[in-house]
Each structure stands twice: as structure tokens, then as C-alpha cells.
Write a protein of this length. Structure first.
Length: 79
């Protein structure tokens, strides 16, 4: 149902009558729908970023540790 309203608004926006203005009620409705969905999308993006960070962090730390150990071994071999 919520997608029907959004699709209807998009279909109306694509008419050839470019001079046509949105009514204040339609503007408020579309603005409210955008704000409600934007909040959901932001929460989803935040959780996906956090999951990605948690998945990549061990790999990144392991890579840093491996490089640092190689540097330490090289320094020790110079002695």
C-alpha cells in the first residue's frame, strides 16, 4: 500500500504539465513519507556499516600485526 502511494506520486510527477504545482497536502504527505523512509534507510545503512566494520576489523588488525612483525624481524636480522 505504501508503495502504491509512492508510485502514484511518481507517475503524477512525470506528466507533461510542468507548470503544475503540488498541493500543500500532497507536499506534506510526500515529505512525511520521505522522512519516515529516510530514517529507516539511515538505520539500515548504519547497521550494515557496523556489521561490515566488525567483519573487516579482525582482517585489518591481522594485516597490521603481520606487517609489523615482519618489520621487527627485519630489524632483528640487522643486529
Amino acid at each position: 500500500m505504501k508503495y502504491f502511494a509512492m508510485i502514484s506520486l511518481m507517475m503524477c510527477a512525470c506528466k507533461e504539465d510542468y507548470e503544475r504545482q503540488l498541493s500543500s497536502q500532497a507536499y506534506i504527505l510526500s515529505d512525511s513519507m520521505f522522512i519516515a523512509r529516510a530514517k529507516d534507510f539511515n538505520q539500515m545503512a548504519d547497521s550494515l556499516c557496523e556489521a561490515r566494520r566488525q567483519a573487516e576489523m579482525p582482517v585489518i588488525i591481522d594485516s597490521i600485526l603481520r606487517v609489523r612483525r615482519e618489520q621487527i624481524n627485519q630489524l632483528r636480522s640487522l643486529e
